[in-house]
Write a protein that binds this ligand. Structure first.
Ligand SMILES: NC(=O)c1ccc[n+]([C@@H]2O[C@H](COP(=O)([O-])OP(=O)(O)OC[C@H]3O[C@@H](n4cnc5c(N)ncnc54)[C@H](O)[C@@H]3O)[C@@H](O)[C@H]2O)c1
Length: 268
């Protein structure tokens, strides 16, 4: 089964083999896709993305996702590499200095907050706008960004990343309209379970929360590998009528009110 045979995509955000984007790139490769990998220049120096590039035969092009110049060059070079338009794009980018420095939500540095929004959410609008104006997406293509349920509900340790994800999801809905009308390109966000990665583990209380979500979700937490499977379907033609959605990939967590398995643990 090769759901992405002949398709060409850009993957943002593979840092190391824990990264969700790393799993998605490997899975897309298995399904027959050709890809360009990209990350910020410091991540290229510190991470292991070159190794992934060699493994799946994908060029690695540096781009700071907050820079329109870098993104424009990335899209142009990707189209040159592919010899034409792009079928799918994954935005898998998140960073907050306030989270890194463990600032409380009630005592945030607002310059850092703007940086968080710029890197984690506005970068998505920049990518969408350039893809749109450069006519870079093939008709019926698919664009995804990774989100988290703190956009809808309160998870105190997630800090300002909650608002960042709310903005990200809103960009997917609003731009999804314009892309659908232009050439049937789909734009969605995937709201993923807590996953052990560099960005995920930086969230305060992550390991306790990871265990809590695992018990609360009737299927358990969805891991990066299953997220990759889901993203392959969303990049494929099988989901060609799905757009402007925030799609939960969380083992059922988002629909739970109370789970007896958790009550049982609390009573112990
Ligand atoms: N790990 C989780 O629990 C979890 C859950 C739901 C959603 N997500 C989301 O998944 C996405 C990927 O995160 P991850 O968990 O795989 O962690 P990760 O740390 O592996 O990936 C984050 C990536 O963002 C990149 N990045 C940061 N600043 C950048 C910039 N200026 N330009 C370009 N790239 C930049 C990093 O280099 C890194 O590759 C993020 O959007 C994250 O919020 C993660």
């Amino acid at each position: 089964m090769a759901l992405l045979e002949g398709k060409k995509g850009i993957i943002f955000g593979a840092l190391d083999d824990k990264s969700i984007a790393w799993h998605i790139a490997e899975k897309c490769h298995k399904h027959g896709a050709q890809m360009v990998l990209t990350n910020a220049p410091p991540a290229l120096r510190m991470g292991k993305i070159q190794g992934l590039g060699e493994k799946i035969d994908a060029p690695v092009i540096p781009a700071d996702a907050t820079s329109m110049e870098d993104l424009e060059a990335l899209i142009r070079q990707s189209m040159e590499h592919f010899g034409g338009q792009i079928d799918f794009v994954l935005h898998s980018i998140g960073m907050s200095i306030n989270v890194r420095k463990k600032r409380a939500y009630t005592d945030l540095n607002h310059e850092w907050m703007q940086k968080t929004f710029d890197i984690s959410a506005i970068s998505f609008h920049k990518v969408l706008q350039l893809l749109y104006n450069m006519d870079a997406m093939k008709a019926g293509g698919s664009i995804l960004a990774l989100s988290y349920m703190a956009a809808q509900r309160v998870f105190p340790g997630y800090n300002e990343m909650a608002e960042s994800k709310a903005l990200l999801e809103s960009f997917a809905r609003s731009f999804g309209y314009h892309f659908a009308v232009k050439n049937a390109v789909r734009v969605n966000t995937v709201s993923q379970s807590p996953t052990v990665t560099t960005a995920g583990s930086g969230v305060k209380g992550f390991s306790d929360f990871f265990g809590y979500a695992d018990v609360m979700s009737p299927l358990g937490n969805a891991d990066a590998d299953s997220c990759a499977d889901y993203c392959v379907t969303l990049f494929s033609d099988m989901t060609r009528m799905v757009t402007m959605q925030n799609l939960y990939h969380d083992g059922g967590f988002s629909s739970m009110g109370m789970n007896p398995a958790l009550m049982h643990l609390i009573k112990e």
